[in-house]
Write a protein that binds this ligand. Sequence first.
Ligand code: ADP
Ligand code: MG
Length: 224
Amino acid sequence: VKSEVEGKEILKGLDLTINKGEVHVIMGPNGAGKSTLASILVGHPKHELIGGDIIFDGEKINDLGVDERAKRGIFLSFQYPEEIPGLTVEDFLRTAKEAVTGEKQYINPEYAERHLNVGFSGGEKKKNEILQMAVLEPKLAILDETDSGLDIDATKIVFEGVQKLKTDDTALLIITHYDKVLDYLKPDFVHILMNGKIVKTGGKELVEEIEQNGYGKMKEELGL
Ligand code: ADP
Ligand code: MG
């Protein structure tokens, strides 16, 4: 795909296929276009798709709005979750689930338990994001630097939560800067995104390579 924001081209021919049940990690320098990729997948109105197609479950979803995509099972945990005073987590979750399923929701004991499993009492915004994921049961969950700003214990809770929620039908797209997510999630593929494109794909050894050498050396090697 190619994309534009405020008249500026950001994604410049990015190609990615994620199959059911797979875990993909995306890494890349600041400003590479990682969050833009997440935005384009969920249909953020500020980002315009100017080339290519987004195919989800065999269907072209280029023109669908954010809510329609959410209904089909695309979930994004934002890099910077918004604070919404006055909206309790429970109400939010109930409303979100109703919007997605079209059914009235009663919080059942099974959910209550899953809440506890992912750390309901912590009050952390990002834990709540994972809680949303638990309730919405998305087919594709995109986590955009969910680990940033979390301490070690919170990271563990969040990613163990994600790992527990993952099923053979859930695809995960994890955007991160850190190798510690590998303690909890086993990626099938690791992609390096630079300058609006995926420039390298490999396994978890790529994460280690980046941790050790940074992006400069890889840029050189790839002639970028
Ligand atoms: P990353 O997540 O890889 O750090 P982003 O996808 O957030 O990078 O940003 C890629 C580029 O797009 C950056 O140069 C950024 O300034 C620009 N950009 C992203 N969102 C907007 C926006 N809403 N308005 C203007 N520029 C934007
Ligand atoms: Mg980002």
